[in-house]
Each structure stands twice: as structure tokens, then as C-alpha cells.
Design a binder for this molecule. Structure first.
Ligand code: NDP
Ligand code: MG
Length: 366
């Protein structure tokens, strides 16, 4: 039985992880759960899964048998076999490092932590004999393609993009889209921040950076393909021009299950694919004019680690403003461009540097 801690258990990824635990109670013991402010939902989860520890950032609950800890880092450091980090934003970085420092394998759903501190995370993992298991679907797919392969044989990695809620809309219509409409993702049902990031395609930009940090490849070794069906999640091209693709029905339960059971595989938790009924699998390229955020993220990746932190932190602020109807759709990319110009050359060597730059960017945008 695997002892697991779930950071962000009341969110989209966290709830799906608990759904797997509910279906396979003999395989997992929940040791810790954490939420930000959904106190009632967390209390219900504690009642049901009986963890030893919990963390609630904001609010009060009265529960029996579980000890309240004072930070995500403290919860990520308890004795367990796996920490799933499914909080959103840079808040995920310190607890991810805490788990790795403790020698605990990290199932990394939180992509902002990898984007801003991926190098530090791998250094900490290696120094403490732990590892990072990807949960983001494209990265989980790349990770599966890499099983039994050598990094030196990789020519290029490809991640796919469904195109988000606004894929087929003209620019004149996109510029008027409010958050409510952008939140209607055609394929994935996810938290609000990542759903807006999917509509702007900044999510794909974050994922390109995430892939470079996770697989320690060169920025030139990764590309994005538009693939509306979201059946092929990623592909790896090898030096002999052969490709491996990872194919599955689009369902986050699969990458979560893979991470929870690693190094084993779970059972068929997601629906099957009937290839005879799959009429077409289409691939294309992203329209950078209608979706400028992806290019901005690619420029940040080329500029360096500081630029990646700057645009990721800026995007957290801008998406929040967009969700509150304070700014328009293309104000996000306009502001990201300004942030990249202003902070693109900043250097980040340490965790303190990351948080200092994050604070500066937030101040600049508020
Ligand atoms: P949600 O917004 O649905 O959930 C976030 C969770 O984190 C909630 O439980 C929230 O608590 C909790 N949380 C946030 N901040 C804190 C904090 N400071 N302390 C304690 N708990 C906190 O997000 P998602 O599940 O959609 O995404 C989580 C991460 O996974 C993101 O980084 C996202 O990019 C990544 N990801 C998500 C995918 C998806 O399908 N959803 C796919 C691939 C990656 P509360 O509910 O109380 O607010
Ligand atoms: Mg993804």
C-alpha cells in the first residue's frame, strides 16, 4: 500500500487523484491533504479518507483524528511514498522542493514550479535520491515514450495542443471574448487558471518550458503541434527518424494513475479507444497571430530562466485580472510582452532570486 500526500486535494487534479484512491482503496493510504480555502470540501475529504495530517491555507475546520500542519512544505515533508503537487501557481515550488529534499518521489502536476524552478528541483532530487514524475498529460506521454530510450538518441520532442476554446474563432471575435466564454474548454475540464491559459495558448508555452526543464533538452528540441482530437498527446522523434507517440483517450485520470502507481501500471481506468471508429487524426501548426502567448513563452525560454519566471508570474496576475473582467483577452499577451522586455534579462540562480523576481513582476503589474 502506497502512502500518499495530495497538495491541492480540492482542485481538479486533486479530486481525480482521490477518485482513483476511492476506486482502489487497497493500493493507497492517504497520509495528507491540503487546500487553500475550500474548508468544507477539505473537511469532507478528511472525513472520508482519514489522513493523518492536513493543511488549510485560509479558514478553519473542525475535524477529528487529523493534525493541522502550518505550511504546504511541512505537509510535503511528512513520511510518505509519494507527494502529488496539484496546487496552482508558484505556490507549488517550495513544497515540491520540500518533498524532493526529503527523498520522496514527486508527482508533479503543478507546471509553474517546474517552469520557475525546474533546475533546482532536479538538483534537489538528485542530491536526495528522489525523482520527479510528470502528471501534465503531454509530459506524462513524453515520459512514456522515453521508457527504455536514451536522451542522446532524441532528435525532437513534440507536444500537442487541442487549440483551446477559441481555436476556430477569428481575431476580431477573440478580442471581445470574456472569461466566462474562455472557460468553456472543449475537451478538458480543469481549474480556472489553466483553462484560461489553454484559451490563450500560454498553457502550451508553459508546457514547452516545462518539457525542457523536465527532460533537460535544448529549447530547439521541442515543438508544438495543433491536434484538435487530443488523442496523440506527445511524440518523440529519434535520430534515426523513427517516432514514438503516446496515444490515449483525453482523460487526466490516466496520467494521474500512471504517476500514482509508478513504477507499476494501474488498470483500465479510462475509456478505450476504438481505432476503427476514429475517422481522422489531424495535425497542424499554431496560428501565432491569433494566439501570441505561445511565441512569448518561446522567447522567454530562449532568453533564460529569469525570463521564464517573469512571464509565468506575470501570467498568474494577468489571468486573475482577466477572470475578474478587469482586462481584455489580448491585454494578457500585450502585458506579457512588456514584462518580457523589462525583466527578460534578469538572472535567477537561487530560490530567493525566483521569489524576489516574482515579487518585482507582481509589483510592476499591480
Ligand atoms: P485547481 O484550481 O482546480 O485546484 C488547485 C488546488 O490547489 C485547490 O485544491 C486549491 O485549494 C489548492 N491550492 C491553491 N493554492 C494553495 C495554497 N497556497 N495552499 C494550499 N492549497 C492551495 O487547479 P488544477 O487542479 O486545474 O491544477 C493544479 C495544477 O496542475 C496547476 O499547476 C495546473 O497547471 C496543473 N495541471 C492541471 C491539469 C488539469 O487537468 N486540471 C492538467 C495539467 C496540469 P482551494 O480549492 O481551496 O482553492
Ligand atoms: Mg497539459
Amino acid at each position: 500500500m502506497k502512502k500518499i500526500v495530495i497538495l491541492g486535494s480540492t482542485g481538479s487534479i486533486g479530486k481525480q487523484a482521490l477518485e482513483i484512491v476511492r476506486r482502489f482503496p487497497d493500493d493507497f493510504k492517504v497520509v495528507g491533504l491540503a487546500a487553500h480555502s475550500k474548508a468544507e470540501a477539505l473537511a469532507d475529504q478528511i472525513e472520508r479518507y482519514k489522513p493523518d495530517y492536513y493543511y488549510l491555507a485560509d479558514g478553519k475546520i473542525s475535524v477529528k483524528g487529523a493534525k493541522r500542519l502550518s505550511s504546504l512544505e511541512e505537509l510535503a515533508s511528512v513520511d510518505c511514498d509519494l507527494v502529488l503537487c496539484a496546487v496552482n501557481g508558484l505556490d507549488g515550488l517550495k513544497p515540491s522542493l520540500a518533498a524532493l529534499k526529503n527523498g520522496t518521489p514527486l508527482a508533479a502536476a503543478n507546471k509553474e514550479a517546474l517552469v520557475c524552478g525546474g533546475k533546482l528541483m532536479w538538483k534537489t532530487a538528485r542530491e536526495n535520491g528522489s525523482t520527479i514524475i510528470p502528471v501534465d498529460s503531454e509530459h506524462s506521454a513524453l515520459w512514456q515514450c522515453m521508457i527504455g530510450e536514451n536522451k542522446a538518441s532524441v532528435k525532437k520532442m513534440y507536444i500537442t495542443a487541442s487549440g483551446g476554446a477559441l481555436r476556430d474563432m477569428p481575431k476580431s471575435a477573440i478580442e471581445k471574448v470574456k472569461a466566462k466564454q474562455a472557460l468553456q474548454h472543449p475537451i478538458w475540464n480543469m481549474g480556472k487558471k489553466i483553462t484560461i491559459d489553454s484559451a490563450t495558448l500560454f498553457n502550451k508555452g508553459l508546457e514547452v518550458i516545462e518539457a525542457v526543464k523536465l527532460f533537460e533538452i535544448e529549447p530547439s528540441q521541442i515543438d508544438v503541434l495543433l491536434h484538435p482530437q487530443s488523442i496523440v498527446h506527445a511524440m518523440v522523434q529519434f535520430n534515426d527518424n523513427s517516432f514514438k507517440a503516446s496515444i490515449a483517450a483525453p482523460d487526466m485520470l490516466l496520467p494521474i494513475e500512471l504517476a500514482l502507481y509508478y513504477p507499476d501500471r494501474g488498470v483500465n481506468i479510462i475509456s478505450n479507444l476504438d481505432f476503427a471508429k476514429l475517422k481522422t487524426l489531424e495535425f497542424g501548426s499554431v496560428d501565432h497571430d491569433r494566439f501570441p502567448c505561445l511565441k512569448i513563452a518561446l522567447s522567454a525560454l530562449k532568453a533564460g530562466d529569469g525570463a521564464c519566471v517573469a512571464v509565468s508570474s506575470a501570467d498568474e496576475v494577468l489571468v486573475e485580472k482577466y477572470l475578474n473582467d478587469e482586462i481584455g483577452f489580448y491585454d494578457i499577451s500585450d502585458a506579457l510582452e512588456r514584462v518580457l522586455l523589462k525583466f527578460g534579462e534578469c538572472r535567477v540562480e537561487s530560490l530567493d532570486d525566483v521569489f524576489a523576481l516574482d515579487a518585482e513582476v507582481r509589483k510592476y503589474l499591480n
